[in-house]
Write a protein that binds this ligand. Structure first.
Ligand SMILES: NC(=O)c1ccc[n+]([C@@H]2O[C@H](COP(=O)([O-])OP(=O)(O)OC[C@H]3O[C@@H](n4cnc5c(N)ncnc54)[C@H](OP(=O)(O)O)[C@@H]3O)[C@@H](O)[C@H]2O)c1
Length: 339
């Protein structure tokens, strides 16, 4: 039997809250994602302690998707169990997301962006999480074979039917994102957040998307801020057992990690001079940027979350530090997305 959970009364004291675009919604500057380490293959008590550690330190934004696990769906079930067991009376303090778009169930409706797929998936997600509604429902990826009007229409329906409070998109290219933002705005359901991969090592969003968000008043939630763990000390001396790169169910390839070790070591040295770990510096680097509403971290232990939260203690950089960091980031080798 797990021990009784009592929420930390000081949980809002050390967190920053930032407004999402031009909306009324404030989000914790850091969010917790449940992509890895919350599935049936993982230890429930560790997953539970990670969610509670985040909540107890002011992280109110929890990010899920239909397919998170493994197996797909099980991260939502784990989260539903934690909601029932511990957080039921705190529902209104939480900002919970889910998404649909990646492969979830067999057949033509189990993925991509049709109205059929999105709305069926949202119903399934609500059942797994034992929730009446989610705070934000995202189209998880752009579907080039479905008219964007149809995908966005499903998001609008989700909001108008009360199953989601806000709509969001994830990983949309700039031209389709612009169209989606317009359609959503015209329907009276403005896009709250665009979810993007962004870190010191992966900066594609700087080529137009950030400018578009500003113009449209849309917030940005940046995922994989630690490049799945590469922007930490953990791979500096090889591939540790149990790390994401070593796991069969992980999405990080050893071939993506190894070429970057020298570059990561140089960033680590700057972090050490600042009195931070590299993970803390990589998060702080994003928190100095007002184009980012909330930095969406992942973790495999409560200790990692506690370490990463300390990024909030030092989010200012000197011009000299930024110059040195940019020089390192601008030099090869670069992240290999296709490894
Ligand atoms: N929209 C999308 O398509 C999409 C795609 C990807 C992710 N996301 C969202 O973004 C969230 C975060 O993504 P992510 O998990 O890739 O984020 P991340 O923060 O870049 O990586 C998290 C991983 O880094 C390692 N780590 C974290 N803190 C550490 C520390 N202090 N010291 C050493 N290692 C540390 C852990 O890996 P180990 O297991 O090796 O310990 C942890 O699981 C996901 O959960 C999901 O919600 C969305």
């Amino acid at each position: 039997m797990s021990e009784l959970y009592l929420a930390n009364p000081g949980r809002y004291d050390s967190m920053l809250y930032r407004r999402s675009g031009k909306s009324g919604v404030m989000l914790s500057a850091m969010s917790l994602g449940l992509w890895h380490n919350f599935g049936d293959v993982d230890r429930y008590d560790n997953s539970r302690q990670m969610v509670l550690t985040a909540f107890d330190n002011g992280i109110c934004s929890m990010d899920l998707a239909n397919n998170y696990g493994p197996p797909p769906g099980s991260a939502e079930e784990t989260f539903g169990r934690i909601m029932q067991q511990d957080l039921r009376s705190h529902r209104d303090e939480l900002f919970i997301s889910t998404k649909a778009g990646h492969l979830m169930w067999p057949g033509p409706y189990g993925e991509w962006g049709s109205r059929k797929s999105l709305l069926a998936s949202l119903d399934q997600s609500l059942r797994r999480m034992k929730l009446d509604y989610v705070d934000i429902f995202y189209s998880h990826r752009y579907d080039p074979n479905t008219p964007v009007e149809e995908t966005v229409g499903a998001l609008i329906h989700a909001v108008k039917s009360g199953k989601a409070l806000y709509a969001g998109i994830s990983k949309y290219p700039v031209d389709v994102a612009e169209k989606a933002f317009t359609l959503l705005r015209e329907a009276g359901v403005p896009c709250l957040l665009h979810q993007l991969r962004y870190s010191m090592l992966i900066r594609d969003a700087e080529n137009g998307l950030f400018d578009l968000h500003r113009k449209e008043g849309v917030g940005c939630i940046s995922f994989s801020p630690l490049a799945q763990g590469v922007l930490t000390e953990k791979y500096l001396h090889g591939i540790p057992e149990n790390s994401r790169a070593a796991k069969e169910s992980g999405f990080l390839q050893v071939e993506q990690v190894l070429p970057l070790v020298g570059k990561v070591q140089k960033l680590h040295d700057i972090a050490a001079e600042r009195g931070q770990t590299l993970a803390q510096m990589a998060i702080a680097w994003q928190l100095t940027d007002d184009r980012i509403t909330t930095v969406l971290i992942g973790a495999s232990s409560p200790a990692q979350i506690l370490e990463n939260l300390k990024a909030l203690n030092n989010t200012s950089f000197t011009d000299e530090e930024l110059k040195r960091i940019n020089k390192i980031l601008d030099e090869p080798p670069f992240w290999n997305a296709g490894a």
